[in-house]
Design a protein around this ligand. Structure first.
Ligand SMILES: [Zn+2]
Length: 313
C-alpha cells in the first residue's frame, strides 16, 4: 500500500462504478475535505466505495490493492517471514497471537492471526516460510490483515515465483506514523542529545551486561564487549515532532563522529540542528515512555534538485 497505488485504487473504483477516474478522485477529495482531512486518501476511497455500493468482497485482490477498512479481503501470498507464536494474558485467560509477512508480485503485508485454528497451522508446521497461502475475509487495518474466527486461511496450490520481499518503505508525515511502520520522512533535526554508550557481545551483537569486572552475554557467557553508542534526536517535519534513535552505524552518516570528545561533539551537534534530511526507519512504541519513537536505519541528504525533478513528473 504505497502512495502511488492510490491511482490503482481509483482505477479499480472507476472500472467497477463506470465513473470517470477524475470523478472518483473528486469524490475522494470531497470526502477528505468533509472529514477535515482526518482520513487518509485510501480510507476515503474505501468510504466512496461503500457509498457507490461497490464491494471487492468476493474479488481476489493484489496486496497493493488492499484498502484500510476492508472487512472481507481476499488475497494470496507467499509467507516470506514467520514470527514465533506469542502468548499473552487477558482477563486471566491465556491467549495466542501469531504474525507472518506475505508477499505477492506487488507488495508485502503483515498478517495477524487471532484464531487458534489458524495458529495451529503454524504450530504444526503446515504453514511455514515459503508456503503460499490463501486468505478469505481478512480485515485490513493499519497496514495489516487481521484474521479472526470468521476469516479463512488455507494453503494455496498457486505458484508465486517473483514476490516483492523488500521492505515496503512508505513516505509518510510524522503525524501519520503508526507502530510497526517502515517509513521515510523528510524532516529537520530540532534537538540532538548526548550519546549514550552501551556494550554488546562481539559475536551475537546483543547487549552485554556488566558483571563484576567483566561483561556477560546471555548466550556466549563472559565476553570482551564492543562499545556502542546511540543518540536521541528530535525530528520535525512540520506536522509533528518525534523522538528518534540513531544507532552507532548511522551516526557517522549525519556527521556525529567525535563521540568521545565533548567539545568537538558539541560543535558537531550544533551543526546538525536545523538540517533537513531524509530519514528512513521503523516506528515502534517505547515501552518506558509509552509513546512512539522512530528507529532510524538510514539517512540521506535532502537534495533540492531531486525534489524538483519529482515535482516535475
Ligand atoms: Zn553473544
Amino acid at each position: 500500500m504505497v502512495d502511488n497505488n492510490y491511482e490503482k485504487i481509483v482505477e479499480r473504483i472507476a472500472k467497477a462504478s463506470n465513473l470517470e477516474k477524475e470523478e472518483v478522485k473528486r469524490r475522494v477529495e470531497a470526502k477528505i475535505a468533509k472529514l477535515s482531512g482526518l482520513i487518509s486518501k485510501e480510507g476515503a476511497a474505501q468510504v466512496v466505495c461503500a457509498e457507490l455500493g461497490i464491494s471487492f468482497d468476493n474479488e481476489r485482490l493484489k496486496i497493493d490493492e488492499l484498502l484500510p477498512g476492508m472487512r472481507k479481503a481476499n488475497v494470496i501470498g507467499k509467507v516470506i517471514r514467520l514470527f514465533p507464536v506469542r502468548t499473552f494474558e487477558r482477563q486471566g485467560k491465556t491467549n495466542k497471537v501469531a504474525n507472518f509477512m506475505i508477499a505477492d508480485e506487488t507488495s508485502n503485508i503483515k498478517v495477524v492471526l487471532w484464531d487458534t485454528n489458524h495458529i495451529a497451522l503454524i504450530e504444526t508446521g503446515k504453514i511455514a516460510e515459503g508456503s503460499v497461502i490463501e486468505i478469505n475475509s481478512g480485515g485490513v487495518r493499519d497496514n495489516e490483515i487481521h484474521l479472526g474466527s470468521f476469516s479463512e486461511l488455507k494453503l494455496s496450490k498457486e505458484v508465486l515465483d517473483k514476490v516483492k520481499a523488500d521492505k515496503v518503505v512508505r513516505e509518510k508525515s510524522i503525524i501519520d506514523f503508526k507502530p510497526m511502520d517502515s517509513v521515510s520522512v523528510r524532516a529537520f533535526v530540532v534537538q540532538a542529545f548526548d550519546p549514550k554508550f552501551f556494550y554488546v557481545c562481539p559475536e551475537c551483537k546483543k547487549k552485554a551486561v556488566s558483571e563484576g569486572e567483566g561483561y556477560l552475554c546471555a548466550e556466549h557467557g563472559k565476553v570482551v564487549p564492543e562499545k556502542r553508542a546511540l543518540v536521541n534526536l528530535v525530528l520535525d517535519d512540520g506536522t509533528e515532532t518525534i523522538r528518534s534513535v540513531l544507532f552507532h552505524e548511522t551516526l557517522g552518516e549525519i556527521g556525529l563522529t567525535q563521540l568521545d570528545n565533548v567539545e568537538m561533539l558539541s560543535n558537531q551537534k550544533q551543526d546538525l540542528l536545523g538540517k533537513e534530511m531524509i530519514f528512513s526507519g521503523n516506528v515502534r512504541i517505547n515501552k518506558f515512555f509509552n509513546n512512539q519513537e522512530f528507529i532510524i536505519e538510514s539517512v540521506r541528504k535532502f537534495d533540492l534538485n531531486e525534489l524538483l525533478t519529482q515535482l516535475e513528473k
